[in-house]
Ligand binder design. Structure first.
Ligand SMILES: [Zn+2]
Length: 285
């Protein structure tokens, strides 16, 4: 469940409730929790935030060498492992392009206490490794699961500044216990993101297709339509200047989904599906 209409007035009071009730957030961002600064990693040497392409899918394929050489990809693992320790920071309001939104949320967890923040981070690290292997430069919005934040707007800025060719916000949902499945959250044009809405929707189709063909997770039975949800209340989508979607990989409150989501094998399978979607989106496969 994702707080549609995350209203300003209600925002400050409900973060800890979200831990129980839902995933909460897009990608979130801010500067003050320093250990989670942006990192760009290149398979070879020097990361360069400006080294890559702009908002449109990718440069010409290289006839030799790894398929993603010269491409920058942004990964935003939602939330952070210690978000619950600093509610005043977490609850401060940021501008998300259309309205005020809290800096970040705690995210959800399984009934057994496996946190969404850890899940998001593990899938992100598997994806990062796969992308590096294929020659990409990778920009992460956080590089540990032991910090707080950054806020959602800062996460969007980190990826925007990297000029990534494509980016993915990784989450899992906290929906009704009877509900299953993944949902691809896609941006709605709001000004800052106007130039990348169509490309983001294409990437969303690629992600949806890859998940259906390469994993056993079905489309959501309770969110959106056929696994797609359009959202205008999330900083990560409102503020993006690169093609981006937010994926809710499954429902942590559903026993069947939770068994998958907490499995290392399935986490790696998800990462491989995202990698395939990125390659397809960039016309590298
Ligand atoms: Zn989340």
């Amino acid at each position: 469940m994702r707080l549609s209409g995350r209203a300003v007035a209600a925002a400050a009071a409900v973060v800890l409730v979200w831990l129980a009730a839902g995933c909460g957030g897009s990608s979130h961002q801010s500067t003050s929790h320093a250990s989670d600064g942006p990192r760009t990693t290149s398979p070879r040497s020097t990361p360069s935030a400006g080294a890559s392409n702009s908002a449109s899918p990718a440069a010409s394929p290289s006839p030799t060498g790894p398929p993603l050489a010269g491409v920058t990809v942004g990964i935003d693992p939602g939330h952070n492992g210690l978000n619950g320790t600093d509610p005043s920071y977490l609850n401060h309001l940021i501008w998300n392009g259309r309205q005020l939104e809290t800096c970040d949320t705690t995210g959800t967890q399984t009934d057994a206490g496996y946190t969404e923040a850890l899940f998001n981070f593990r899938v992100a690290m598997f994806l990062r490794a796969d992308l590096l292997r294929d020659g990409a430069q990778v920009v992460m919005t956080r590089t540990t699961n032991a910090g707080v934040g950054p806020c959602v707007n800062r996460r969007a800025q980190i990826i925007n500044h990297s000029h990534a060719s494509v980016a993915i916000d990784i989450h899992a949902d906290g929906g009704p216990a009877s509900g299953r499945g993944f949902a691809v959250l896609e941006p709605i044009a709001d000004g800052p993101n106007n130039q990348v809405v169509a490309a983001s929707q294409q990437f969303g189709r690629d992600v949806r297709s890859a998940l259906l063909t390469q994993t056993s997770m079905p489309v959501s039975t309770y969110d959106g339509m056929n696994g797609v949800v359009y959202r205008n209340d999330l900083a990560g989508l409102n503020l993006t200047r690169v093609p981006k979607i937010l994926i809710e990989c499954g429902n942590m409150r559903n026993a069947t989904d939770a068994a998958l989501l907490t499995s290392t094998r399935f986490q790696h399978q998800l990462a491989r599906a995202f990698e395939a979607a990125i390659l397809r989106f960039l016309h590298k496969s």
